[in-house]
Design a protein around this ligand. Structure first.
Ligand SMILES: Nc1ncnc2c1ncn2[C@@H]1O[C@H](COP(=O)(O)OP(=O)(O)OP(=O)(O)O)[C@@H](O)[C@H]1O
Ligand SMILES: [Mg+2]
Length: 263
């Protein structure tokens, strides 16, 4: 299963949310892929070397595209999560992503279609010109995370249409305080897949800055667990890889062109 997660403006907490979801994924041993064209944060947050990671994966993908290639370029974060670490420098991230666009997508799809495999791809801010888009175009689900504030939501409104053409199961996830879920649903005319709370301590632990309550006990971890279970329940990975065609269920809820998975 391949799940992309993105923002459209600001820093709503995509990287943190992806780690929280991966930490609370109900089955298997998910892999977080840090594919943010603006550069990665995990190496600095967890004081990890940049290799193996996205750059070494891109170099290897020039030569082969086997399902286990991605696994070979993972590191374990403190706490045990597997991650393909992005380079800190945006320029390096963009050049790795441009290689992956032509050579890495088959390796990614092969890894995603292995039984019980779950890839959570953090693509940072997404638009149609992002070098990370080819990695998540056709993902089993593509989630837009946003803070429920007028400025961010106006940008979200412009992204939801394209997102619904890039995945069978688009989703909108709200992070923190602001407009209520009901207000957002009324204004954007789409259901909200989930809300994640503002939880400074829980987020700090996931960012490697605090050793307090981990995702098994934090409010953020519990909300991420509900989101992960929702995805497992609603997203049916296609055998042989992801597919761009909307499923009948998603098509039914996306009659306004901004479809998102029902909660
Ligand atoms: N739910 C949350 N509650 C409180 N703080 C949060 C939450 N999620 C993230 N944060 C904090 O917000 C900051 C940005 O988070 P994060 O790096 O996950 O955002 P991002 O959307 O990935 O940003 P960028 O686009 O810059 O990569 C971090 O300091 C993180 O600890
Ligand atoms: Mg990020």
């Amino acid at each position: 299963m391949l799940i992309g997660v993105c923002s459209v403006k600001g820093s709503p907490g995509v990287t943190t949310g992806v780690l929280a979801m991966a930490a609370r994924w109900p089955v298997g041993d998910p892999i977080v892929i840090e594919a943010d064209p603006a550069g990665g944060d995990l190496a600095a947050r967890f004081r990890l070397p940049p290799t193996p990671g996205l750059v070494s994966f891109a170099a290897a993908a020039r030569r082969q595209s086997t399902a286990d290639l991605l696994v070979e370029h993972c590191q374990r974060l403190p706490g045990g999560l597997r991650a393909v670490i992005g380079p800190v420098a945006a320029e390096q991230a963009r050049s790795a992503l441009s290689v992956l666009t032509t050579r890495g997508v088959p390796a990614l799809r092969a890894a995603a279609s292995s039984p019980d495999s779950v890839l959570l791809v953090d693509v940072g801010r997404l638009d149609s010109s992002s070098p990370a888009l080819p990695l998540v175009r056709g993902a089993d689900s593509l989630i837009v995370m946003a803070r429920p504030r007028a400025d961010e939501l106006s940008h979200v409104a412009t992204l939801l249409g394209p997102v619904s053409t890039w995945t069978r199961t688009p989703g909108l996830v709200l992070v923190g305080d602001g407009y209520s879920r009901t207000e957002v649903e009324r204004e954007l005319k789409v259901p909200v897949m989930a809300t994640l709370p503002d939880d400074n301590r829980g987020a700090a632990v996931l960012c490697g800055q605090d050793s307090g309550r981990g995702p098994n006990r934090s409010a953020l971890g519990k909300a991420a667990s509900r989101l992960a279970r929702n995805l497992v329940a609603h997203v049916q990975p296609r055998a042989g890889g992801a597919d761009r065609e909307p499923s009948p269920v998603t098509a039914a809820v996306s009659s306004n062109g901004n479809g998102v998975v029902p909660r």
